[in-house]
Design a protein around this ligand. Sequence first.
Ligand code: FES
Length: 163
Amino acid sequence: MLTKPELSPESERARDVCSRHGNRPDELIEILHELQDELGYVPESVIPVIAKTINLSRAEVHGVVTFYHDFRREPAGRHVVKICRAESCQSMAGEALCSHAKASLKAGFGETTADGAVTLEAVYCLGNCALSPAMMVDGQLHGRVDARRFDEIMSETLSEAAQ
Ligand code: FES
């Protein structure tokens, strides 16, 4: 007798999330956000599962996952640093902050440091424009961040984690 191939735990989660959204194709972005909240990223392997469950093509789901910066395609590091690259922050030396962060972490946007400690992500407005340039570390917002402040925040973040 043929048995049904088992779904991976990630695929099971994807199907559950789709089901919570009524398997509706117009809920795709919400589904992807919820899945990322649960798994920490959107694995490549769940794309066909989502596509089949909500009746879209793989290309459509893949297109959304790759188009939006919000969706991570690899597991994140232990800390997530988001630096704002939108206009207000750009006009307040945001690019210098970005360059410093990349050099200091030895990771580009969308990448994780070699030790798995930090994932660096670009975001487009953190709603903190009055205190540009802004960044967020593990969900905590920081304003008027220059290179020196970046180093302080990272040193605090990494030393807290080591305790
Ligand atoms: S533009 Fe950077 S926080 Fe709004």
